[in-house]
Design a protein around this ligand. Structure first.
Ligand code: UDX
Length: 447
């Protein structure tokens, strides 16, 4: 009989995982404590912007015309415990207030509320990003609470999906990593991922701590790559070099690779910044803090880029104060193809300029609702054109395709001063200059 799957937590990770599991042919029950979210999902609506997710969800949610009917949602942990053979924990692990460590309370609560109803053989699989050592602790807690005793087991299966590509990354993962303690757990997870494995996704079997570490070290490596190229951008700025050409030339070396070498205002979002901080905090607890002191530098290079962008804007406005200056900001989300503004470098820069007296007007294709909620005091416009109208300087801070497709000549005709600062090295300098703009980018010489 086919396995039945539950997914606990229906945020970016959980909603995508639930829909993907239904797409792979399983009967799926999604569980969340927020009833409004459950009701929305049950209507086939996704509470965030993620390309392709709503379509996938509607293809499977029971009750939607023409759907497979394999996917349902509930707020009842007892129903979830009763339904599933495999339970995926997909709740978030945010940074604790005022600390580097991550807040494990959602994972702990999710596991505990499920465990006490587990009366039949089942596998509980952690997917959330957690400090190394958590799986060990959670396995002990599960053994304590689950009425089915030994019949219930834990496994760890980190998730590497990127926002904006969540559906594709979940259905066709680069690799599947599972931390297991028994052949039975491995066998169940091979069954769950049979399709991607058959399509060529490598399946890596490890112990608990290694599985947990794959995730935090992967994100640390990615953060390091970005801060490395941003450090090179700083050197290029001082030496008159061009970081875009430098990155291209470096990327031709297969050992280095082209990806994640885009210099600009740095990384943000709900993962990289908090994950490297939580990793440092955990290493400290383990007495291995020296091994990760370099991550502090990675973080500090990253945060410096935001300040550097503010200074570039100040300089473009003639130095001195932002008071009375009109600054157009293109982009609010931490990356394109997402509506996520968590720790967004773009909004951070916009906020800093606003706090220094600049009149900031932000436009973003999908992030306006979240940006307004987070920074209600900034100005907002309904289009790039409206944001740029009357601007003394334009900052390009999130590299949406929509911004690359703008007509620089039309924008030049409405700006007060046609100066654009490209914080993502993503616009075409020649096209903007040809349309009359002064184009400046991070880590590149002025024309
Ligand atoms: C990241 C990891 O990539 C993913 O594997 C993990 O599961 C979750 O964290 P995500 O947060 O969706 O995914 O974003 P990612 O594409 O990694 O980008 C993170 C940030 O780095 C963005 O702000 C992006 O603009 C920035 N970035 C990325 C750069 O500044 N330069 C680059 O070259 C690449």
């Amino acid at each position: 009989m086919a396995l039945k799957i539950t997914v606990i937590g229906t945020g970016y990770l959980g909603a995508t995982h639930a829909a993907a599991m239904a797409e792979l042919g399983f009967e799926v029950l999604g569980l969340d404590v927020v009833s409004e979210k459950v009701e929305m999902l049950q209507r086939g609506e996704v509470p965030m912007y993620e390309p392709g997710l709503e379509e996938l969800l509607r293809k499977h949610v029971a009750g939607i015309e023409g759907s497979s009917g394999r996917l349902r949602f509930t707020t009842d942990p007892a129903a979830a415990a009763d339904f599933g053979d495999v339970h995926f924990i997909c709740v978030n692990t945010p940074q604790k207030h005022g600390e580097y460590a991550c807040d494990m309370s959602y994972v702990d609560t999710a596991l505990e509320s499920l465990a006490k109803h587990l009366t039949k053989a089942s596998l509980v699989v952690g997917k959330s990003t957690v400090p190394v050592g958590s799986a060990d602790r959670l396995a002990a807690r599960l053994a304590e609470l689950a009425p089915a005793g030994d019949e219930v087991e834990l496994a760890w299966n980190p998730e590497f999906l990127r926002e904006g590509f969540a559906v594709q990354d979940t259905l066709h993962p680069d690799r599947i990593v599972v931390g297991v303690r028994s052949e039975r757990a491995e066998k169940l997870l091979r069954e769950v991922y049979a399709t991607p494995i058959a399509e060529g996704s490598p399946f890596v079997v490890t112990d608990f701590p290694t599985a947990e570490l794959v995730k935090t070290s992967a994100n640390s490596f990615l953060a390091t790559k970005i801060s490395f190229i941003n450090a090179m951008a700083e050197v290029c700025e001082a030496a008159g070099g061009d970081v875009v050409q430098l990155a291209e030339a470096l990327g031709h070396d297969d050992r280095i690779g082209k990806k994640f070498l885009r210099a600009g205002i740095g990384f943000g979002g709900g993962c990289l910044p908090k994950d490297i901080r939580a990793f440092m905090a955990r290493a400290g607890e383990l007495g291995a803090d020296q091994a990760l002191t370099f991550l502090r530098e990675i973080d500090s290079i990253n945060m410096r880029r935001r300040g550097q962008m503010v200074e570039m804007a100040r300089e473009a406005l003639g130095g001195g104060s932002f008071l009375g200056k009109r600054v157009a900001v293109l982009g609010a989300t931490f990356k394109p193809d997402s509506d996520d503004v968590r720790d967004s470098p773009a909004l951070n820069v916009a906020g800093q300029i606003h706090l220094q007296g600049g009149q900031v007007t932000v436009y973003d294709p999908k992030g306006m609702v979240n940006a307004r909620r987070l920074f209600p005091t900034l100005g907002y416009a309904d289009s790039a054109m409206d944001a740029v109208r009357g601007a003394d300087v334009v900052l390009h801070l999130t590299e949406w395709r929509e911004f690359r497709e703008l007509d620089p000549a039309a924008l030049a005709s409405v700006a007060t001063t046609p100066v654009v600062l490209d914080g993502r090295n993503a616009l075409d300098p020649q096209a903007w200059r040809a349309a009359g703009w002064t184009y400046r980018a991070m880590g590149r010489p002025a024309a």
